[in-house]
Each structure stands twice: as structure tokens, then as C-alpha cells.
Design a protein. Structure first.
Lengths: 262, 307
């Protein structure tokens, strides 16, 4: 693995972003819309029921960014090579798939941080909500790490499917993460899910992070073993996703998908 | 010393044998041409040699290395250019070349990129997105990338397709002088026979995934003995036709004092026939002998590779 090639791939992603306004726009658009909708909804609920969900909703929105951004950006930026008909030149060059993935994961993380920064600022201006004043920094760092890693897992999973089946399943790049969200208990506790959904929710590291977030925001102690469990789950998923993408890339090279560039 | 050694290479897609037991050796610094009709297996072979496609069986050696054991080292010294895949369409020419300059870790990327842009007459288009370029400009952009790392081995897959004759000639000249200067080994595919003949020292004909024949263009032309002779006489057309029929040649056309026939037994037979024609006192107003071209070989192989 060579740093200059990782840098080259980062440079490519940077060029793609600055050349396309929609790639800059999507850093902010949906998260800001979410922030408005859920923020105003929380304010309304508080007005009619005296119950405040504001910090839980906003905390969920702000941290979910790391799963969403990481997952979608990995898949979309890899799909850019298909759309830009760049597979032929890229894979006949010395760039390794591992270097490409490290670059895209780093780039996705940087974009997540940009979105997180904007949302944090807007949440404070609009609702006086500041995650850093409500949760310990170490917890926020751990949560961001686990959620980003899980986002990468989702991104790698979708990329594997794209490499296996081609562009016809590209819709998964945008939609896959939303299948996971209802089971991740981002805005409600695990107990709110029906019993049949509990096993699904419990194997998702995201569930444990958002349960811990709610505990912290309600001034309750964090379930530390649960966070460790989330870390272990994430590492297992990451290992499986790595194996899957290696297999999918091998298939793409053997079937001619890379050479045909479709 | 051979730069590329391929032995018993096979690649199938389902039941289709795209590359069927291909073996070839390309010498260091050789300009080697690969000819064949569409679907012959040329591009599949290049895709395998550039690591874009995995082989089913057989062995490959590039620059003395087994690329499957160390693609990284081989790919640093190799490059590829094709008319069919432009560089990344959403990036400008310069952005694309900047990315690949970083991939190959060039020492003076800006200087190298500017030089290539100038050589391929792309300087004024450097900041234009690839998607907005004409097909000829896209092809030249791909060639710039192909020469970016001063490759020891260069694969050029129909790299002049879509270029106008002027730019195509300039491109051939750049490639030729580059090859002479750097001693680069080049594997070149094209549908333009004159191009192959002009550039390549040896040529392999592929059809149905196999290499049908290989040699210099002169050696290949000798494989086809058919020579076409056109005679126009002032008078005695019918008598001349009878004489030729007696010689058992294949008459293709006989009308208005003009006869075109084909001789497949070589130059001696032509000499014999013409001697008889002159001895018989025919007065010729025109005589034209056409030797076989690479086009003739291409057409013959494309139509019936087994022959």
C-alpha cells in the first residue's frame, strides 16, 4: 500500500466534488431539512404535551450523519468510476482496491465531519442544542467512531453488490442505510420496537450507540459493556464486509465487469 | 530478451472461448501488431495483460515478472491507452492527468503533463471536462495518460480510432518517435492495415480467440499467393481470353478489351503468362499487377480462419 496512491484517489474524489455542485450541496441539504423538521416537531410536541424530545431527536440526527454519510459516500464515489467510465484506466494502473477503499472511507469521513459541523452550528443557533455540552467528549468520540465504522461496513456491502451485479443495483447506494435506520433506534428506545424486531436491532452496533446516547442525554449512566459489544459487532461486520468486497472484486475482474467498465 | 511471454493463455466467458490457447513472445523494444476481426480476442488478451481481467489458465511474464505475483511492480512500468475508454468524464483533462501523475508518483508532474498536452495539441483544452471533448480529443487524452509514466511496455488498443487523418498521422509519429527514443515495447491493435504495416515490426493475426499466424508484414503477405493482373488490349480481346483460359487462371472480369484475372501460383506463373501474351503479338495499352496486401489477409482470415 502506498500513500501517494491513496492521496491520488483523495485528489480524484476532491475533483469530483468541486466539479459537481450536487456533490457539495448534498453535504448539507437533507441533514438541514431533517434538523428543521424534527426540531420544529419536537417544539410542537413539547407545546402540547410538556414532554421534550428535542435533545433526543437532535442528538440522533446529528450522530446518524456518520452512518448515512459514510455509507452513501463510499458507494456513490465508487459508482462515480462507473458513471465516469474510469474503471478501465484506474484498474489498469497500480492503484489497489485497498488503497481506493481507504481513500474513499477517509473522504466520506471528512464529508461527515463537514455535515456534522454545519448541523452542530445550526442546532445551536436554532434550538440552543449543543451535543458537546450534554455528553462527555470521550463518549461522542466513541460514538462517532463506531457509527462511522458501521457506515463504512454498509458502504462496502453496497459496493460489493455493485461490483458483483453492476450498475443495475445502484439504487442501493442511496437506500440501503434507510433499511437499517428503523432497527437502529435512532429516535426511539429499543423497547419501542415490536418483539420480533429486537434480535435484528440487537445485532446492529448502531442500536447500542443510540441507546447509550439517550442514556447520556437523560443524565443516566452509559451502559459501557453495551458499547464494547457494539465495537466487537462493528469489527466483525467490518471483517465480513472486507471479505465480501475482496470476493466481489475478484468476480468483477474474472467476469469482465471491470474491463467492460459497466 | 523477451519483454512479454505468453504461454497457453485461455479465457472463456461461459461457452465462448475469448482467448484460446494463445502463446506469443514480444521482444524488448519491439513494435508488435495484433490484427483480427471484431471479437477475435485482441482486447481480451490486452485486458488480461493489463490486469483488468483474470485468465483461466496459462502463464504470463511481463518484464521478466509473473504479474499475478506482483501486479504493483509490473503496472508501474506498463501503461495502456484505448479509444474506447476516455479518462474520467466528470474531470478535466488536467485533473485526470494530475490524478494519474500522483498514482505513478512522478517527480515533475506539471512539466510532464504540459509537455504531453503540447505534443498532443491539447493545451488549450486542458481545463475542459473530458465529457465535453470530441472523440478525437478523448483519444488523445487517453494517449497522454498512456505516456505519463514513461512506460517500458505500452498497450495501445485501437488508439487512433476516431482521429482525423491529420491528427492520426501526428499521433503515429509521436508514438513512433517515442518508441525509438525510449525503446518501449509496444503491443498495438488497429483496424487500419496501413498503420500496422507502417509501425509494426511483427504482426499476429487473431481470429476466434486463437493466433492464426504471426510474422513480418512481408512474411504474412507471402502466405497469400493470389496476385491480380489487369490487362487492357487494343484488339483481340476474345483471343486473349482464350489464351488465359488455357492457362487455367481465374478470370474475374472480361469486358471491353479489359481482362482482370488472378494468379495464385506466384510470380513465375505471371512471367510465363505475360511471355505468352507478348509472343502472341497482343498490343497492350495497359498492364497492372497488384500484389496481396494485409487487407487481403485480414479479409481471408476474417471470413475463414480455418483456411
Amino acid at each position: 500500500m502506498k500513500l501517494h496512491r491513496i492521496y491520488a484517489m483523495l485528489l480524484k474524489f476532491w475533483y469530483i466534488t468541486i466539479n459537481r455542485p450536487d456533490r457539495i450541496f448534498d453535504i448539507f441539504y437533507w441533514p438541514v431539512i431533517d434538523l428543521f423538521v424534527w426540531g420544529f416537531a419536537s417544539i410542537f410536541i413539547k407545546q402540547v404535551s410538556e414532554v421534550s424530545f428535542l435533545s433526543m431527536f437532535l442528538g440522533g440526527i446529528v450522530l446518524w450523519i456518520f452512518v448515512w454519510r459514510s455509507s452513501q459516500d463510499i458507494a456513490v464515489y465508487i459508482l462515480e468510476d462507473f458513471w465516469g467510465r474510469n474503471l478501465y484506466h484506474q484498474y489498469s494502473s497500480p492503484v489497489k482496491i485497498s488503497e481506493l477503499l481507504i481513500a474513499v472511507m477517509l473522504f466520506a469521513f471528512l464529508r461527515s465531519v463537514a455535515t456534522f459541523g454545519v448541523l452542530t452550528l445550526l442546532a445551536y443557533i436554532m434550538y440552543k442544542f449543543l451535543l458537546f455540552s450534554l455528553a462527555p467528549l470521550i463518549f461522542i468520540a466513541a460514538a462517532i467512531s463506531i457509527l462511522s465504522l458501521f457506515g463504512w461496513v454498509m458502504g462496502l456491502f453496497v459496493t460489493s453488490l455493485v461490483l458483483r451485479f453492476g450498475q443495475r443495483i445502484q439504487v442501493l447506494a442511496w437506500s440501503s442505510v434507510w433499511v437499517v435506520q428503523p432497527f437502529s433506534c435512532v429516535f426511539y428506545p429499543l423497547s419501542a420496537l415490536p418483539q420480533w424486531a429486537h434480535p435484528i436491532a440487537k445485532v446492529l452496533p448502531t442500536t447500542h450507540v443510540f441507546e447509550a446516547l439517550r442514556a447520556v442525554l437523560s443524565n443516566n449512566p452509559v451502559n459501557i459493556p453495551s458499547l464494547y459489544y457494539a465495537i466487537v459487532l462493528t469489527i466483525i461486520f467490518l471483517g465480513l464486509a472486507s471479505l465480501l468486497i475482496k470476493k466481489a472484486f475478484g468476480h468483477a475482474k474474472s467476469s469482465g465487469l471491470i474491463a467492460r467498465g459497466d | 530478451m523477451n519483454t512479454i511471454v505468453v504461454k497457453g493463455l485461455k479465457k472463456s466467458f461461459g461457452k465462448v472461448k475469448a482467448v484460446d490457447n494463445v502463446s506469443l513472445e514480444i521482444k524488448k523494444g519491439e513494435f508488435f501488431g495484433l490484427l483480427g476481426p471484431n471479437g477475435a480476442g485482441k482486447t481480451t488478451l490486452i485486458n488480461i495483460l493489463t490486469g483488468l481481467l483474470t485468465k483461466d489458465s496459462g502463464t504470463i511474464q511481463i518484464l521478466g515478472k509473473d504479474p499475478e505475483k506482483d501486479w504493483e511492480e509490473v503496472k508501474n512500468k506498463v501503461n495502456v491507452s484505448t479509444a474506447y475508454f476516455p479518462l474520467m468524464e466528470s474531470l478535466t483533462i488536467r485533473q485526470n492527468l494530475n490524478v494519474f501523475a500522483k498514482v505513478y508518483n512522478l517527480k515533475n508532474p506539471k512539466e510532464k503533463i504540459n509537455k504531453l498536452l503540447e505534443e498532443f495539441e491539447l493545451t488549450t483544452k486542458a481545463d475542459r471536462k473530458v465529457i465535453k471533448l470530441s472523440s478525437g480529443e478523448k483519444t488523445r487524452t487517453s494517449l497522454c495518460k498512456g505516456l505519463l509514466n514513461d512506460p517500458e511496455v505500452l498497450f495501445l488498443d485501437e488508439c487512433t480510432a476516431g482521429l482525423d487523418p491529420d491528427i492520426a498521422e501526428k499521433t503515429r509519429n509521436i508514438i513512433k518517435s517515442y518508441q525509438e527514443k525510449h525503446g518501449t515495447t509496444i503491443l498495438f491493435t488497429s483496424h487500419y492495415m496501413y498503420e500496422i504495416e507502417e509501425l509494426c515490426e511483427r504482426i499476429a493475426f487473431m481470429a476466434g480467440g486463437k493466433i492464426i499466424t504471426m510474422g513480418t508484414s512481408e512474411e504474412l503477405k507471402k502466405l497469400i499467393k493470389d496476385q491480380t493482373i489487369e490487362i487492357t488490349v487494343q484488339k483481340g480481346h476474345a483471343e486473349l481470353k482464350k489464351l488465359l483460359e488455357n492457362e487455367q487462371v481465374d478470370i474475374l472480369h472480361a469486358k471491353n478489351n479489359n481482362i482482370i484475372f488472378q494468379v495464385s501460383e506466384g510470380s513465375e506463373k505471371i512471367y510465363t503468362i505475360l511471355s505468352k501474351v507478348f509472343k502472341a503479338g497482343f498490343q497492350l495499352s495497359d498492364l497492372h499487377i497488384q500484389k496481396p496486401t494485409l487487407d487481403d489477409i485480414f479479409i481471408k482470415i476474417a471470413r475463414d480462419p480455418k483456411k
